[in-house]
Design a protein around this ligand. Structure first.
Ligand code: ATP
Ligand code: MG
Length: 411
């Protein structure tokens, strides 16, 4: 009888080797940038009560309407695997009393879950980097976050070909006036819009601008822009953000129909976009969400943040070579095995990456080491006077290895 092996879940990935190195490179670069920009680190739960997401994201969003992994636990409580970070961080801001840290600069990363149609760059378990400034109303916070995102892309070596598209959604009154103008405009074309957009027309017309349906595209291009509805205050805010970006040397492009569909978004909205990833071209997105914490029962709290897909960033980075070893210890005679273990420990304690070859035919071990990806070989044999050592340099630091070995015999 042969047992059938359960397959991996559709839309999940087993990331391995050079791809896993690229993934880790993205995370390590983010961690370094996080410290440069003085963001504090958070580790957040992977699941939350369903209401954390349904209330903050809103029932009309794709994520809540179609993409959440929700289930009742054994106690009968509805829980959801996090589809994004912001809602959980906002919940913690309230339940953990993080107000005392305001303005809080906070960053995290990890897996997220959305029931989507899997394709290149779109998975059901994917991973994000996330950075937020919570409790900051000033446009400087938006500028710093965008500078941080830009810095990350530059340090990853992928800034060329990725553009920052920037828009403002104005304050509550600007946004409301624009919303009404969009409803009037789209009502005039209602019958020709996609079903989803017809559905959303009254409730969330901004989302139509974000539609990927080809039936909607001809109408989104000519839709009214936000500019003529911006209040003076909203114009000033956007002006301060763009002036700050210019001063900080961050290149940006105005994208007048870029929106964040959620009602609580205000002012700044942005995406870093590339044409190098086909349809999944947005690598990083975010904006200002001054109303979100209130939807979860907290006090009015201005905040701004972004999230970036690690897989999409890693695809742009390409493969990152797995590391070489600095030294490979070859035990050519079993009597030298104990010395081999001592040498290996000493090399690693000295900060050198080391491999051991002590199995298979003794005569073939040295050749095996020559073919392996190593910078130097330390061969251990046995002669009339006991253990013998021999160092073969490939392109490593032989003197350093010899020093480690000398230290061993002296001890
Ligand atoms: P998209 O328009 O591609 O669906 P989104 O607006 O749903 O993106 P956000 O919720 O803003 O995306 O998430 C921020 C980033 O996370 C995206 O720009 C993308 O890089 C990444 N991302 C989102 N969903 C997925 C997914 N299913 N698989 C891989 N990466 C994703
Ligand atoms: Mg999506």
């Amino acid at each position: 009888m042969t047992l059938e092996t359960p397959q991996a879940i559709r839309g999940t990935q087993d990331i391995f080797g050079a791809e896993a190195e690229a993934f880790q490179h993205v995370v390590a670069t983010f961690e370094r940038i996080r410290r440069l920009y003085r963001f504090r680190r958070a580790e957040m739960p992977v699941f939350e009560k369903t209401a954390v997401f349904s209330r903050s994201l809103g029932e009309t969003t794709d994520v809540v309407a179609k993409e959440m992994y929700s289930f009742d636990d054994r106690g009968g409580e509805s829980l959801t695997l996090r589809p994004e970070f912001t809602a959980g961080l906002a919940r913690a801001w309230i339940t953990d009393g993080w107000q005392q840290h305001a303005p809080l600069r906070i960053a995290t990363h990890g897996p997220l879950f959305r029931y989507e149609r899997p394709q290149k760059g779109r998975y059901r378990q994917f991973h994000q980097l996330d950075a937020e400034i919570i409790g900051a109303a000033e446009p400087q916070a938006d500028v710093e976050l965008l500078a941080m995102a830009d810095h990350l892309l530059r340090d990853l070596g992928i800034a060329d070909g990725v553009t920052l598209q920037l828009n403002t959604l104005g304050d509550a009154s600007s946004r409301e006036a624009w919303r009404n103008a969009l409803i009037d405009y789209f009502e005039g074309h209602r019958a020709l819009l996609s079903e989803d957009s017809q559905d959303r027309l009254q409730r969330n017309p901004l989302r139509i601008l974000d539609s990927k349906d080809p039936r909607d595209k001809p109408f989104t291009a000519d839709a009214p822009g936000i500019d003529e509805y911006l209040s003076g205050e909203a114009q000033d805010f956007f002006g301060a953000v763009t002036a700050g970006l210019d001063a900080a040397g961050v290149a940006w492009m105005r994208a007048p129909s870029l929106v964040r569909g959620l009602d609580y978004y205000r002012h700044t909205a942005f995406e870093f976009v590339t044409d190098r990833l086909g349809a999944q071209g947005t690598v990083l997105g975010g904006g200002r969400y001054d109303g979100l914490i209130e939807t979860l029962g907290g006090a009015h709290t201005p905040a701004v943040g972004w999230a970036a897909g690690i897989e999409r960033l890693a695809m742009l980075v390409g493969e990152v070579a797995e590391g070489r070893s600095d030294a490979t210890v070859v035990v050519e005679d079993e009597r030298a095995l104990a010395l081999g273990h001592r040498a290996l420990a000493a090399l690693r304690n000295a900060g050198l990456a080391a491999d051991l070859i002590a199995s298979g035919s003794p005569r073939k071990r040295f050749d095996k080491a020559v073919k392996s990806n190593t910078r130097a070989i330390l061969a251990l044999g046995w002669g009339a006077e006991g253990a013998t050592t021999r160092v073969r340099n490939v392109d490593g630091d032989a003197p350093r290895i010899e020093a480690v070995i000398a230290g061993l015999s002296a001890a």
